[in-house]
Write a protein that binds this ligand. Structure first.
Ligand code: FMN
Length: 323
């Protein structure tokens, strides 16, 4: 499929996750077959105030193909200003994605993220302002609505399409649900039926079967996978092979998995430094090993580890245990 003039080579893409989908993780997901990558969410105000940390989040890898920068904010002019700043700094994403789905309190209390869905006209203005300056396609990520009484994803999607959006990603939960309950396939289907631009379905995909179910039920054009990719980046090959090539996916051997895990650890420590990186390494390692026998015992070792070498030693130890 295409988003505007950007070709996406596959069905399963990595969902943006703040604190998770950094450059190291995106590179690992690229090696494991993800079709498309989005940065962690980036504050329009952070860009306007020239925050070094915010700029770091836009660091693109050569494997990020195609690559979207996701922006959050609450004011149309902040979005257009932020997009201009991105361009002026020579940062070249393929797509700009607008966050209208984040449920986090610190984001919604500033009227950003999913709070925007309470004001559909403002959603349209933000897309229009972004499109007026963006040299690349502009997409929008929404939820089903603010709460169960105000499910308005179809209305917001239509308004964004009219304002020039090039695709919509929808996570089938309301802001009020957070991550509880189930993602509603019916609302994703309704959005797909009511707009012409591509629709990317999101929520609760954990394997090929759940990806197929979402695509078949909703007729959406593509899916993004978030939480299930943490500790299992191979899910992208599983889905892409299974749906596009209709081939049975053969899981990598433990040795192959360990190679990827070690590469991930190495990348985290290279990009963030060992001191800062080790905390993230522990978090990812805990996810990689969560289903192995005696996981609790190994998790303890992971959380006591102070260096990359200690984690590597553990990797060797568990390489003959099935992950
Ligand atoms: C830790 C975490 C961070 C997230 N950060 C973002 C974000 O920065 N931008 C965004 O649009 N969605 C964010 N999300 C939501 C995911 O992109 C996705 O919509 C949600 O997790 C549902 O998909 P899943 O069931 O495949 O995880 C985040 C989710 C998690 C769990």
């Amino acid at each position: 499929m295409n988003i505007g003039n950007v070709k996406i080579n596959g069905i399963a893409a990595l969902a943006p996750m703040a604190g998770v989908t950094d450059k190291a993780f995106r590179e690992v997901c690229a090696l494991c077959g993800a079709a498309y990558f989005t940065s962690e969410m980036i504050s329009t105000k952070g860009l306007i105030y020239n925050s070094k940390k915010t700029f770091e989040l836009m660091n693109r890898s050569k494997y990020d193909n195609p690559f979207a920068i996701q922006l959050f904010g609450n004011t149309p002019s902040d979005f257009s200003q932020a997009i201009n700043i991105i361009a002026e700094n020579g940062i070249l994403p393929d797509i700009i994605d607008i966050n209208m789905g984040c449920p986090a309190t610190k984001i919604v209390k500033e009227n950003s993220g999913s709070a925007l869905m309470r004001n559909p006209d403002l959603c349209g203005e933000i897309v229009r302002a972004s499109k007026s300056v963006s040299p690349v396609p502009v997409t929008v990520k929404i939820r089903s609505g603010w709460n169960s009484k105000t499910v308005n994803a179809v209305e917001v999607a239509k308004i964004c399409e009219l304002a020039g959006a090039d695709a919509i990603t929808i996570h089938g939960r309301t802001k009020e649900q957070g991550y509880s309950g189930k993602s509603d396939l019916e609302i994703i289907k309704q959005v797909k039926e009511n707009i012409k631009i591509p629709v990317i379905g999101n929520g609760d995909i954990v394997d090929l079967a759940s990806a197929k179910r979402l695509m078949e039920f909703t007729n959406c054009d593509m899916v993004t996978v978030g939480r299930a990719s943490i500790g299992n980046p191979w899910i992208f090959s599983e889905i892409n092979k299974g749906i596009i090539e209709n081939q049975k996916w053969i899981a990598p051997s433990i040795k192959e998995k360990i190679e990827i895990i070690k590469m991930h650890i190495q990348k985290i420590c290279t990009y963030k430094g060992q001191e800062r990186g080790i905390k993230e390494v522990r978090k990812h390692m805990a996810s990689y090993i969560k289903d192995i026998p005696n996981a609790a015992k190994y998790r303890k070792i992971v959380f006591q580890a102070e260096s990359m070498e200690e984690i590597f030693t553990l990797c060797e130890k568990i390489s003959d245990i099935s992950i």
